[in-house]
Design a protein around this ligand. Structure first.
Ligand code: ADP
Ligand code: MG
Length: 290
């Protein structure tokens, strides 16, 4: 079992902006979803965990080893798929993986080949190994990104917004792949798409303004909202401002009708009860003052 323990972590950038505000998290094997809107601080947290930047204060302990004082251990056991991979060099998928494997310290050529062949199969790119990565589609690039992250059999895999820009089929395939991997390692997935974490993650945390607002198992978090979510469709000339005294958690167009979903401890007039979804929990959490 692998464990990542983050304690009272703070990060203030050079310009004085505090992107991480006293975060503590315990994460073990399986898939952990970090949910938050753009600007919440997800990438800042991930870059700090992988050692690309040092926190201002606090600790990150991976498998009982202090990752800030001894960054080598986590680096040797890490797979990272950053939000922006940058520009790919003009070499084939195979050669790029071989190059990254060397950087990861896999010095034996036969061993590298063995791993690369297996990984290309795992991410279903075996037929494209001689093509240059910059010619790949978005989904293929992300799967290549997973393959490079998996080189060297990491114990912790961190993927930052991996499904942004993928079409639904690619997203689905990508999520199945991540799910497959997460049995024996820690996978931390950041996203602003609730759908991606709902079915995949055994645990989630909702982050905003540098803070973890809530964390827990999706099922339990949703259960908290049982009998507290209500919805109604607005009539053509009905104004939303009638309902401004309710805690509005979403506004949606369904079949060209405007639907209002609210949080309420007791039954609001003219609203129908709705089974709580993780989306409701997410938006409800974001509307609460930290
Ligand atoms: N290097 C940096 N210097 C100053 N501010 C930064 C830096 N990187 C990110 N930020 C700011 O920190 C906040 C969180 O950004 P980020 O971690 O990228 O959030 P997310 O990944 O959740 O969208 C944003 O307001 C962003 O502008
Ligand atoms: Mg980000």
């Amino acid at each position: 079992m692998n464990t990542l323990s983050i304690n009272n972590l703070n990060l203030t950038y050079k310009n004085g902006f505090q992107a991480i505000n006293n975060i503590s998290l315990e994460i073990s094997n399986g898939m952990f979803g970090l949910l938050g809107p753009n600007g919440a601080g997800k990438s800042s947290l991930m870059k700090t965990i992988v050692g690309l930047q040092k926190p201002t204060s606090g600790s990150i302990i991976f498998n009982d080893i202090d990752s800030i004082k001894n960054p080598e251990y986590i680096k040797q056991n890490l797979g990272f798929l950053p939000q922006d991979f940058g520009v790919y060099p003009k070499i084939s998928a195979y050669d790029l993986l071989d190059h990254i494997a060397v950087l990861k310290g896999i010095t034996d050529k036969a061993q590298r080949k063995n791993q690369i062949v297996k990984l290309l199969e795992k991410v279903n790119l075996q037929d494209f190994q001689n093509k240059e990565v910059h010619t790949f589609s978005g989904g293929m690039k992300q799967r290549f990104g997973v393959a490079q992250a998996l080189l060297g059999n990491p114990k912790i895999i961190i993927v930052d917004e991996p499904t942004a820009g993928l079409d639904p089929e690619e997203r689905n395939r990508f999520n199945i792949l991540l799910n497959d991997i997460s049995r024996d390692v820690i996978v931390i997935l950041s996203t602003h798409l609730v759908e991606d974490v709902r079915n995949l993650c055994s645990e989630i945390a909702v982050m905003n303004l540098g803070q973890i607002l809530r964390k827990g198992e999706p099922k339990q978090l949703m259960a908290e909202l049982e009998n507290k979510i209500w919805s109604k469709s607005l009539e053509k000339n009905e104004s939303e401002s009638h309902y401004s005294h309710y805690e509005v958690i979403s506004r949606q167009l369904i079949e060209r009708k405007f639907h209002l979903t609210v949080f309420s401890e007791d039954s609001p007039l003219d609203f129908s009860p709705v089974s709580p979804l993780l989306e409701h929990f997410y938006f409800y959490t974001l509307t609460q003052k930290p």
